[in-house]
Design a protein around this ligand. Structure first.
Ligand code: COA
Length: 142
């Protein structure tokens, strides 16, 4: 099945399509998908977005902010529930890494459902990671 999947660098600029994909992956539960302006900002300001497609259907997204040389923050990795566990997430990560300089550090905060996923696909837990909300009013949630 994963053989039929195609990947695009950039693209997936339709807001409703992106919101639907986040919802269909369950990541929408942890992202501000009811705030269209926020999702529009998330798309507009991310500078490395890779999408996966099953024909005309968007089935996966990796959304990253990066300087391409030193560090990259993989903010969202989401695969449509109907297409999970077919290697699509792994391929989105592989393509994200391939777009960066080999020395660049890829950083992320795992959603609770994915804490066992990232070590499985090559990420190493960092014991000195720190976060704070810009407004400082609530604990940050990945
Ligand atoms: C987490 C997620 C991105 C993984 O994508 P995926 O396409 O389903 O995963 P893959 O098919 O690439 O899986 C690669 C490997 O990890 C394993 N795996 C997949 N999901 C896993 C999980 N939640 N926990 C542990 N291992 C997992 C697969 O079995 C596979 O193992 P293998 O290489 O030994 O065969 C996807 O399940 C998803 O979108 N989940 C909901 C949203 C979410 O939590 N995103 C993470 C935000 S930080």
């Amino acid at each position: 099945m994963a053989d039929a999947i195609t990947y695009r660098l950039g693209g997936l600029l339709d807001l409703d399509e992106v919101i639907e994909l986040y919802r269909a992956s369950t990541l929408g539960e942890r992202r501000p998908i009811d705030d269209r302006a926020a999702v529009a900002d998330m798309l507009r300001h991310a500078n490395l977005i890779i999408t996966a497609w099953d024909g005309a259907l968007a089935v996966g997204i990796a959304r990253t902010m990066t300087d391409f040389s030193y560090v990259a923050y993989l903010a969202d990795l989401a695969v449509r529930a109907s297409h999970q566990r077919q290697g699509i997430g792994k391929e989105l990560i592989r393509r994200t890494r391939a777009a960066l300089s080999p020395g660049a550090l890829l950083v992320l905060l795992s959603a609770p459902k994915a804490v066992d996923y990232y070590p499985h696909v090559g990420f190493i837990r960092h014991p000195q990671a720190w976060t704070v909300k810009a407004g400082g009013t609530a604990p940050p949630a990945p």
